[in-house]
Design a protein around this ligand. Structure first.
Ligand code: NCD
Length: 294
């Protein structure tokens, strides 16, 4: 049997997406305490900084009764020149049943075709972030009950955002409409560009992004207060949003840069709800990767 990797949203059919969202809902409620029926060892290999994704995978794995191994790149043989492939192959050799990987290289998993245990992609460079996309979808469906016909505005450093890249195509596949805003030189899909004020008034979902300075090759002239005024979600812009519209952000949030600090926990903000939902969604992904049934 071909092993089940979980790498990009494009690999998932609409039915797969709906199955994961349905399972996530069951994990949020009825199947809260559901345990993996077989003993499973899962290794988390985070080569890039992470708080939410890393620890919500650990939370999901632990709650499901998996045994969790947490890899520390800084004290591993990566420092001795070992490749990503040899590192992952080692985890396979020493008995892991699955690896969760975050890595700074776009499509790093293409080097891992000869790995025989399932790989869950927790983010590749500026490429894909499928578990984030699913938790975003879950949060949207929880609020609106559908995707069809909804307007999603994503604002910020689109070019360097795997969150934006995973969400744009997926949301369109699900029948939603997507527009992008932010500094024009940081928006790689010019065809979807919209003026920020116009976009905010159009959107049902305003998804704010952090500027991913760590991925920038060239420095740009940046002042936090100017950025907030020009490209951020200010209190004034929030007032232009539709009555039932919501604010999302994958976090980490840079308060008072891309979003006014007072809006982070305002009534229409789903930012902390997204984090909570991330655990349900990651449980559903792990269940799917191991091919388990409730
Ligand atoms: C994002 C990421 O790491 O891709 N955060 C996350 O996973 N929740 C976004 C970011 O780093 O800005």
């Amino acid at each position: 049997m071909k092993k089940r990797d979980f790498l990009t949203m494009d690999d998932l059919s609409i039915d797969d997406i709906n199955d994961i969202l349905d399972d996530s809902f069951l994990f949020s409620n009825l199947h809260k305490g559901w345990q993996l029926p077989h003993s499973r060892l899962i290794a988390n290999l985070f080569f890039e900084s992470s708080t939410r994704t890393h620890y919500s995978f650990i939370s999901a794995e632990t709650q499901m009764g998996a045994k969790v191994v947490d890899f520390q790149p800084s004290t591993s043989s990566v420092n001795k020149g070992e490749t990503l492939y040899d590192t992952v192959k080692t985890f396979e050799a020493i008995g892991m049943d699955c690896v969760v990987i975050r890595h700074e290289e776009d499509r790093y998993y293409e080097q891992l075709e000869n790995i025989n245990i399932p790989i869950i992609n927790a983010g590749d460079g500026s490429g894909n972030h499928p578990s984030q996309s699913l938790l975003d979808l879950y949060t949207i469906k929880e609020h609106f009950g559908k995707f069809e016909g909804l307007n999603l505005l994503i604002v910020g450093d689109i070019s360097h955002s795997r969150v934006a890249h995973s969400n744009i195509t997926t949301f369109e596949r699900l029948g939603g409409n997507v527009k992008l805003s932010g500094p024009e030189f940081l928006v790689d899909r010019k065809d979807l560009y919209v003026d920020l004020d116009e976009g905010v008034a159009w959107a049902d979902i305003v998804m704010m992004l952090r500027i991913q300075f760590e991925r920038h090759k060239d420095k740009f002239d940046f002042k936090a207060d100017e950025y907030l005024e020009k490209f951020g979600l200010t209190k004034q812009r929030e007032k232009m949003m539709k009555e039932n519209a919501i604010i999302m952000h994958p976090a980490p949030v840079n308060r008072d840069v891309e979003i006014d600090s007072d809006l982070v926990e305002c009534e229409r903000s789903k930012i902390f709800k997204q984090m909570e939902n991330g655990v349900y969604v990651r449980k559903a992904i792990i269940k799917k990767v191991f091919g388990e049934e409730f």
